[in-house]
Design a protein around this ligand. Structure first.
Ligand SMILES: Cc1cc2nc3c(=O)[nH]c(=O)nc-3n(C[C@H](O)[C@H](O)[C@H](O)COP(=O)(O)O)c2cc1C
Length: 141
């Protein structure tokens, strides 16, 4: 069984494309070693990340990520176990998207990034999870 988690967070200071590219090098190297796969979305200073892999590797990684000074307000959206990976071939897929693309992907014209940090509404799926799902659907086209 694999453990999966998804969270949202905001950058603590402005991260350049080069900063993100260095972050991704670390992520991909370490994730390959730890049998972790997943994806990272970067949108207007906000991160949405999905991670999956062996429970004994995911839990310490999430603890490390939560303490990373490059971001703050880390909010866990979902966690669980599954016998199948979603991002089988991706040590860390990455997508930088704009406000307009984000609104389109989650199907809410007036979407604001603050909506990612709102408490759970039991009647609708969290926008962060909708974003991840839209990328999962595109992976399999
Ligand atoms: C938004 C964000 C996502 C991250 N994702 C990962 C990841 O998927 N894998 C990983 O190993 N480190 C990730 N990191 C970096 C970790 O916080 C940490 O810096 C890195 O794992 C090196 O840790 P170490 O020095 O304890 O080996 C992420 C950091 C941030 C800010």
């Amino acid at each position: 069984m694999f453990k999966y988690i998804a969270y949202v967070s905001r950058q603590s200071f402005i991260l350049t494309d080069e900063d993100i590219s260095n972050l991704l090098i670390t992520c991909r190297t370490k994730n390959t070693r730890n049998e972790i796969t997943g994806m990272l979305i970067y949108f207007d200073g906000t991160f949405v990340q999905f991670l999956e892999g062996p429970k004994e590797n995911i839990e310490p990684l999430f603890a490390t990520i939560s303490k990373d000074k490059r971001h703050q307000d880390v909010i866990l959206l979902i966690d669980g176990v599954s016998d199948k990976r979603v991002f089988e071939d991706w040590s860390m897929a990455y997508k930088k998207i704009t406000q307009a693309e984000t609104a389109k992907l989650i199907g809410q014209k007036d979407f604001k990034k603050e909506d990612l940090f709102k408490g759970k509404d039991p009647n609708t799926e969290h926008p962060g999870l909708l974003l991840i799902k839209s990328f999962v659907n595109n992976l399999h086209i």
